[in-house]
Design a protein around this ligand. Sequence first.
Ligand SMILES: [Zn+2]
Length: 463
Amino acid sequence: MKLKFCGAAQNVTGSRHLLLYDNKKILLDCGLVQGGFGRLENHQMNNNFLFDPKTIDAVVLSHAHIDHAGNLPTLIRQGFKGKIYCTEPTVELLAVMLEDAAKIQAQDAEYLRKRFQEEISPLYDKADVAKTLKRLVGYKYGEPFEVEPGCQAVFYDAGHVLGSAQVFLTVNEGNVTRRIAYTGDLGRKNMPILNDPYQIPSADVLITESTYAEHLHDSFEYVFEEMEWVVRDVVARGGKIIVPGFSLERTQELIYVLHKLYLDKKIPAVPIFVDSPMSTKISEVFMRHVDYYDDQSFKDFLGRAKSPFAFKNLKYITSVNDSKKLNEYKGSCIIISASGMCTAGRIVHHLKHNIEDPRNLILIVGYMAKGTLGRRIVEQKRKVKIMGSFYNLKADVLAMNEFSAHADKLELMDNIKKIKKLKQIFIVHGEELATAYMRDNIINTLKFKGEVYAPKLGESFDL
Ligand SMILES: [Zn+2]
């Protein structure tokens, strides 16, 4: 029995981990490589798998984020014939996420053709996405199923985004049995909407993420108070709040917080616009999966609202015309729009129209990668370039890092400590330094006596 690391090895994107036993090949996640390397390199890494897609028997998917699921249509295009197992909400979220990803693939290929004058076709298109969606098979948390003969699986809540799972596999090869736990992306305790991550009690092998292996996050409990003060403050001076929102989870968490503050009469009844067709569709998926919310969600909204994601002041905007009308909106309001890093989409227009008014506030709730407009705003540059022209950054800027959807270093260590009988740990989904730091921490702080690896791309290990 072997594990081969074919992506997100000493890197945070392109999760692809291959399990080999008997004559079977099971792929854990099939994510897109994004950022970091350069667009041509990314395209090549996404187009060339470190295995033959035709030989893969099945895929088991942790969650709907593009860096974990966004390369599935390429796998299918290159001859993968099997099923893709995931949770029920992930099935629905993927329909939205992959449709959007196909559009981005077309734009990316066009950019690369112009930039490098090479014959580059998109990784995949809408037709490939449609084929992918037909292969998805959804299960509930805690419901065991057979992936292939000799491999049983069960999903446990990862508390990261709606429907996110830790994957637990029991694999038999001859008279050898290995219980393999894969964290996917591990969430945090006490976040809105989601349950806390499930604690896997025991396993032989752990594949763990390490995104924030070196960082500590602020607790979410102060977000409500902070948001209350921010909204009151900006509304009192007649300003608008502009939020670059990430469509999956972050936007819904923001709506949740604002809705609760509104119900508790802590903030004035200003209009809240979610200006993004994708965020709107994703919020609809959230509304259909009430059974995946945590108990706190029911306590917060029980008897007071139909859904955390729908209320009087909240308007979802899908048409381009309605989006443009927001430019002329007089008076205070909150606009949540994509893309999260301000690299494209409607948020760019909202920033252009609002960035020079000191009454306004730009609220940052997610990570801004180097080289993005979002990063320049977080760094509070005096002038920022938007769509080819320079604008004075006079609006207030506030970053709230509490919205992170990943376990921090203490939470990652705590998870490992509580899994009994571990013999092997593989650290993935982290930058090189983070994986090395985590490995040291496991050996020196946890005094772990088994094997600990931070695999390099393409490395294989016997289990
Ligand atoms: Zn994720």
